[in-house]
Write a protein that binds this ligand. Structure first.
Ligand code: 3PG
Length: 235
């Protein structure tokens, strides 16, 4: 079997079917940035129930943010993806904390638009290729960026961004890895996100500051909408 053979686990969705027809499925990992259409802020969230899922999605959209990274840190993550894609089909729903191929397959079945993981493994890259799903792996070192390049990737998440050098690391990476674009996540906040976004190799930032878990639990949707509006207006 070559690296480029098509392996689709579960039902084939429309995008996968189109990719199979064009012969593109399995050849490369589609880019997460192609989903974002100029959006610069990716809220990273934990959702615990249906009420939170639907309320939060609406609050983000009302605040001008049409993308969400739903982490698989609890059992409700996959269900939250399914619910939000059903009720808000135009929202770009990314699955975060995808650490295994089985999780990747599960969220693809749930209708997710793209995958984010904290690190990078060959198995996850191969699974993203076989599933025909945009994939943003995490990197925290030059060697991991080189692994991403070996797999033909041009976009990565820098994680945990502020722990592994933040702005300085991204500036340093822009020399040897000038074609790589990053989504720094982890420690990105209201006070530093503009500095990250000002870097030429940063395509977007991820963070929980626009939808903190405390406000999600208390269902303070107006406050989350205001945080989003404030972030979007100066992004
Ligand atoms: C996380 O680890 O939950 C994400 O990277 C978001 O991190 P943050 O809460 O520092 O934004």
């Amino acid at each position: 079997m070559s690296n480029y053979d098509v392996i689709v686990v579960g039902e084939v969705n429309d995008a996968q079917a189109a990719a199979m027809r064009s012969g593109e499925l399995g050849k490369c990992v589609a880019r997460v940035s192609d989903l974002l259409e100029g959006q610069k802020i990716v809220p990273v969230v934990v959702i615990e129930n249906e009420s939170q899922a639907l309320g939060l999605a609406k609050a983000l959209i009302d605040g001008g943010i049409n993308v969400i990274e739903i982490t698989l840190r609890n059992d409700f993550g996959v269900k939250a993806i399914e619910l939000i894609k059903r009720e808000f089909p135009d929202m770009v729903v990314l699955a975060g904390t995808v650490n295994t191929a089985a999780q990747m397959v599960a969220v693809v079945r749930a209708g997710v638009d793209g995958i984010i993981s904290p690190g990078i493994t060959k198995n996850l890259v191969d699974t993203a290729k076989s599933q025909g799903i945009p994939y943003l792996p995490g990197v925290s070192s030059a060697s991991e960026v080189m692994i991403a390049i070996e797999h033909g990737l041009s976009e990565c998440k820098l994680f945990p961004a502020t722990v592994v050098g933040g702005i300085s690391a991204l500036k340093a990476f822009n020399g040897p890895f000038a074609n790589m674009r990053f989504c720094p996540t982890g420690g990105v906040s209201e006070s530093n996100y503009r500095d990250f976004l000002a870097l030429p190799n940063v395509m977007c930032v991820g963070g929980s500051w626009v939808a903190p878990s405390g406000l999600v639990r208390e269902e303070k949707w107006d406050q989350i909408t205001e945080l989003c509006k404030a972030a979007v207006s100066s992004s």
